[in-house]
Design a protein around this ligand. Structure first.
Ligand SMILES: [Zn+2]
Length: 157
């Protein structure tokens, strides 16, 4: 039996389905993992979202196809994503991108440093669920920026 490896992962199920459909139309077999968990957004963060898997022998071809299809454009490894900090002003509309004023944005919750440290000290898998110290991260689909809000004068963890 062949090994299946992750070719891309997503926070949202519909994005994974788009890539699955694209690869399958090119004749590549795919599998989705963690799809059920992704319906609960908090849990999706914990398991790393929805993964699209392909057979090991199809991996290189899949990457090439995804690049051609523009799916890998703007997709960066988690650690390379630069999250801007936006100082919150009175009356600021959080439903609009502060950079390009598009309303085509999404909100993601990421565990903050405090949660991660606490989890590793206590060794509890679901510490994050017990201590709800998630931070919301916003992403704009138009200008592809990511940001979080900060109250003026507050200490950022
Ligand atoms: Zn924007």
């Amino acid at each position: 039996m062949e090994n299946w490896i992750t070719v891309m992962s997503f926070s949202f199920t519909h994005e994974a389905h788009m890539v699955k459909g694209y690869l399958e139309s090119a004749g590549i077999e795919t599998e989705l993992r963690d799809e059920m968990a992704a319906h609960l957004q908090e849990l999706a963060v914990a398991v790393g979202g929805v993964k699209v898997l392909v057979k090991e022998s199809d991996f290189d071809k899949s990457i090439k196809l995804l690049k051609e299809g523009g799916f890998l454009k703007g997709v960066k490894p988690e650690k390379d994503i630069k999250i801007e900090t936006v100082i919150m002003a009175d009356g600021m509309d959080k439903k609009i991108c502060p950079f390009c004023h598009s309303d085509n944005i999404s909100v993601q919750k990421r565990p903050n440093l405090y949660t991660v440290i606490l989890s590793s000290i206590l060794g509890l898998l679901y510490t994050a669920a017990v201590f709800p110290s998630y931070k919301s991260t916003y992403k704009c689909f138009d200008c592809e920026k990511e940001w979080k809000y900060k109250k003026q004068g507050s200490i950022d963890l």
